[in-house]
Design a protein around this ligand. Structure first.
Ligand code: CTP
Length: 362
């Protein structure tokens, strides 16, 4: 999404956060955040149809010429419960106060809507040039540990580095993690990070112990380039192929479908023959097969994905009925018998399969 033009001469209206960073970097932005120095609900509702208001946060969502824009009042916050959503202490504070509650200097830039002037209270422009992520105060990660994952996301997305002091604060935090944190927010940031499909991000995640936020048990980087693997075998849920490798996911809220993908590959033992591989993988999500490959046996996963999954038997239950075989669990045995033969020799024809079914019966 790009900057949108709002016809308003107020000197109190600012693009803020990610959108300013992205505009200066020359990359498209995911969303448009605008802040009003004062009460945004009162001032910004005139820009279009109001879709939603949240008085507790002083925010209002407005449809401006067909685009949904979030307007926020400038606000000050405190983290009463570390690792959880902050509590708003003031709505309509100064722009500077609003900026000081944010995660990194590069995300604390504001741009006047009316003049385009950049307002930089914290040295964000300099850090943007040097590609550095710098927290605004030493409690930043203690207040909100999801910022460690956000930093990883920005490192992967833009090739940024952690500024030295910020790196030390990260190390300190990871050596003394407070596990009482909002894992819902952690999950959101992890999904956005791993969906970038970046091997570098995963290596940092493991080598810098960031994974311990989620899963404290020792984890060693697998000897597989997962980014390349996913490029070769594209999946819907890229993040799960990274995330599913972690040994302890008990803190995370995961859906039934996500859990299935993660559990399915774990319960599989060694797969020796083509038939075993085929039967184990045929009903599994591609994500699970890749996870099995990474964690257990890549040869088996690749053998299935490159060769075996394309092999299918042609005969059906109808064919067996025509052969005079009564429907029963024996059908499955016959299909497996034919499948075994076809995996050994994929060239066999439908007629060969019929012959095999007859042979099985006799
Ligand atoms: N922010 C913060 N701490 C967080 C999350 C967000 O300080 N844990 C602030 C940052 O100033 C950020 C802004 O809120 O720029 C908006 O948050 P969000 O939309 O999540 O981040 P973006 O920087 O826009 O990143 P993305 O491009 O991934 O949406």
């Amino acid at each position: 999404m790009d900057i949108i033009k709002i016809n308003d001469n107020s000197d109190k209206l600012y693009y803020i956060g990610g959108i300013v960073r992205d505009k200066l970097l020359g990359v498209p932005s995911l969303d448009v955040d605008i802040t009003y120095v004062g009460n945004a609900i009162e001032y910004c509702s005139k820009f279009g149809e109001v879709i939603q208001e949240n008085p507790a946060f002083g925010t209002v969502r407005v449809n401006v010429d067909g685009r949904v824009i979030d307007f926020a009042s400038t606000r000050a916050e405190v983290y009463e419960k570390k690792g959880h959503l902050p509590v708003v202490t003031k709505i309509g504070c100064s722009l500077e106060e609003d900026v000081m509650r944010r995660d990194f200097t590069v995300n604390a830039l504001a741009m006047s809507v009316s003049t385009g002037e950049i307002v930089d209270y914290v040295g964000g422009l300099e850090d943007l040039k040097s590609k550095l992520l710098r927290v605004l105060h030493e409690e930043s990660f203690i207040d909100d540990p999801t910022r460690i994952i956000r930093a990883l996301k920005f490192r992967a997305r833009f090739g940024f580095e952690l500024e030295e002091y910020t790196r030390r604060l990260q190390e300190d935090y990871l050596a003394h993690i407070n596990y009482n944190m909002s894992y819902k927010r952690v999950k959101k940031e992890l999904i956005e990070t791993f969906n970038l499909n970046s091997q570098r991000a995963f290596e940092i995640f493991v080598n810098e112990d960031i994974y311990k936020l989620v899963s404290p048990r020792k984890f060693v980087l697998p000897d597989v380039n997962i980014e390349e693997l996913i490029k070769k075998y594209p999946v819907n849920n890229v993040w799960l192929v990274y995330f599913g490798l972690l040994p302890d996911l008990s803190r995370m809220e995961i859906t039934k479908e996500e859990r299935k993908i993660i559990v399915d590959f774990r319960i599989l033992g060694a797969l020796k023959t083509d038939f075993e591989i085929y039967k184990a993988f045929q009903d599994l999500a591609l994500e699970s097969i890749l996870l099995y490959g990474i964690a257990k046996d890549m040869n088996a996963a690749v053998r299935y994905l490159d060769v075996l999954r394309h092999i299918k038997i042609s005969i059906t239950g109808e064919d067996l009925k025509r052969l005079g075989i009564e429907p029963s669990p024996e059908y499955q045995e016959i299909f497996d018998y034919v499948l075994k033969a076809k995996l050994e020799n994929p060239q066999i024809t439908y007629e060969d399969e019929i012959a095999l079914a007859k042979k099985f019966k006799n």
